[in-house]
Design a protein around this ligand. Structure first.
Ligand code: SF4
Length: 272
């Protein structure tokens, strides 16, 4: 089986990896000059030397996982408008924009429904809008958005592209969380039908979940990202790969190499 962290990179992708802060190691031996580059974790210890650098984490082959442990507990929620699970794109977006099913509606400026090609082969799901997203009405703006865009560029994707290079980006929760508080189980569960319908309408080849609350909403588990990444899960019959949220990566740049390995796993899974 080929190494899923190995990936032929062009100049643009190498530049994007540099933007992500992922160092790319090139074999020095003439005997190995034809090998593809391997993304390496940033050094985390002063004693690390180039000779002792180890390969980036190797993700196991894509396999469907059994039911996950630590399921999200059931919580009482208010129902959304009738027929969300059958709405077309326009009706769904309009309904979410007017939604008052949870208290988060009170302080939103704009509902943040999603951005990108609604027929894209990739779907990225984050957590919830912050202040900048609330004002822009678009998910992943600001520094986190720039990092996400660079990560997507590294695998040939853009939120502005249509078709093969396109990606649809949405959040688990559509309204801003005041004070950027962690979403409650009720907030996640109440908003989940909008996301479920978006997935059903986009019908992506691959879903990339970014952050633990995206995982809780979609995979219905409270297991940590570290235990879930590196494997292929499933939602509505669509393969799902789990990775870190860009905001986390900005605070923990040493984990960008793991995020790169997750992107490569998602790319190989989407390519079948
Ligand atoms: S967060 Fe979701 S469920 Fe709550 S008001 Fe906004 S759209 Fe409705």
């Amino acid at each position: 089986m080929s190494d899923p962290t190995r990936f032929d990179l062009d100049d643009r992708q190498r530049a994007m990896l540099a933007e992500m802060g992922v160092r790319v190691w090139w074999p020095q031996s003439p005997a190995t000059t034809e090998a593809a580059p391997v993304a390496q974790p940033e050094p985390v210890a002063a004693v690390a030397t180039s000779a002792s650098v180890v390969p980036a984490p190797v993700s196991p082959a894509p396999v469907a996982r059994p039911a996950l442990a630590t399921p999200v507990p059931a919580v009482p929620i208010k129902p959304l408008a009738e027929g969300v699970d059958r709405m077309d794109w326009a009706a769904l977006q309009e309904t979410a924009a007017a939604c008052q099913a949870c208290d988060l509606c009170a302080q939103r400026k704009k509902s943040v429904f999603g951005v990108g090609d609604p027929q894209a082969p990739w779907m990225v799901i984050g957590e919830a809008p912050g202040e900048e997203e609330d004002q822009a009405g678009e998910p992943f703006v600001g520094q986190s958005g720039q990092l996400l865009d660079n990560m997507l560029k590294a695998v040939g994707l853009s939120r502005k592209a249509q078709g093969e290079g396109g990606v649809y980006i949405a959040n688990a929760i559509k309204c801003r969380l005041p004070g950027n508080h962690n979403p409650t189980p009720q907030e996640l569960a109440t908003c989940a039908p909008y996301l479920a319908r978006q997935v059903a309408l986009v019908q992506p080849k691959i879903i990339l979940l970014m952050g633990r609350f995206a995982v809780q909403s979609v995979l219905q588990t409270t297991e940590p990202i570290g235990k879930l990444r590196g494997q292929v899960h499933s939602h509505q019959g669509v393969p799902v790969v789990v990775t870190y949220h860009p905001a986390y990566l900005l605070r923990n740049p040493a984990d960008k190499a793991k995020a790169w390995a997750d992107l490569v796993l998602a790319l190989k899974t989407a390519q079948g």
